[in-house]
Design a binder for this molecule. Structure first.
Ligand SMILES: Nc1nc2c(c(=O)[nH]1)N[C@@H](CN(C=O)c1ccc(C(=O)N[C@@H](CCC(=O)O)C(=O)O)cc1)CN2
Ligand SMILES: NCC(=O)N[C@@H]1O[C@H](COP(=O)([O-])[O-])[C@@H](O)[C@H]1O
Length: 222
């Protein structure tokens, strides 16, 4: 079975959907590690409870000793963060050679990973044959980036759009513009609260993340 690494930054409810699918024999791969950009992410607890190995890779640790005004220094630190993330995923640690016993993933799933992956990450992974996909809580070409759920809801309430949704897409340098793997639409309802819309979106995500991951895993098996 293909090995999967899941990238998270927060609650990990989509990671939990993948864990639950694997437990039920409904996931075409094995989640072998979870990498979090936050050391307080509840998703780390979910992974540990499922006996999945976890690692953290935290940008603020690279920024230590700098301030927001140190823009060029922080850009350099972020590049180092990205270089090390690529090594972490490929080698199992931020070293240059593979860790004994570590198996690199076939697929990386961004499930609420809230950092832009630069070419410094994407290029080495592509060269190593690792596919990366992402879950985004909006439709292709709409509301790229962060806070997409609230932005779509506001557009629905103002009547600008009548359909929202989620997608699983391949990850490329251009954020949220990679080829869609799976798109699921829902209606936007006038006078629906943001909380209620968000609940419907999350429910849809938990189906889409499993379905979309399985679609890609089937592609990889060809
Ligand atoms: N190169 C790519 N990287 C990532 C993609 C992608 O499609 N291409 N998808 C994202 C996930 N995501 C939306 O689905 C997303 C997450 C975060 C951001 C963003 O602007 N992050 C900021 C920090 C924001 C914050 O701290 O609140 C940043 O990285 O500086 C945009 C889109 C995963 N990465
Ligand atoms: N642009 C990326 C983005 O907004 N991702 C969103 O982060 C949440 C993670 O939830 P989770 O940690 O409970 O899985 C999900 O709603 C996901 O769509």
């Amino acid at each position: 079975m293909p090995d999967i690494t899941v990238l998270i930054s927060g609650s990990g409810s989509n990671l939990q959907a993948l864990i639950d699918a694997e437990k039920k024999g409904e996931l075409g791969g094995t989640i072998t590690q979870v990498v979090s950009s936050s050391d307080t992410a509840y998703g780390l607890t979910r992974a540990s409870q499922a006996s999945i190995g976890t690692k953290t890779h935290i940008l603020k640790n690279y920024y230590k000793g700098t301030t927001k005004e140190d823009k060029s220094e922080r850009e350099a630190r972020r590049e180092k963060f990205n270089e090390d993330l690529a090594k972490l995923l490929i080698n199992g640690d931020i070293r240059d050679t593979p860790v004994d016993g570590y198996t690199k993933p076939d697929l990386v799933v961004c499930a609420g990973w809230m950092l832009i992956l630069s070419p410094t990450v994407l290029t080495p992974l592509e060269k190593t044959g690792i596919t990366i996909i992402n879950l985004h809580p909006a439709l292709p070409g709409a509301f790229d980036g962060t806070h997409a759920i609230e932005r779509a809801w506001k557009a629905g309430q103002s009547g600008d759009i009548t359909t929202g949704g989620v997608m699983i897409h391949k990850v490329i340098a251009e954020v949220d513009r990679g080829a869609p793997v799976l798109v699921k639409e829902i209606d936007l309802r006038k006078d629906e609260s943001l909380d209620d819309y968000e609940t419907r979106i999350h429910d849809l995500e938990h189906v889409a993340i499993v379905e979309g991951t399985n679609i890609v895993l089937k592609e990889l098996a060809k």
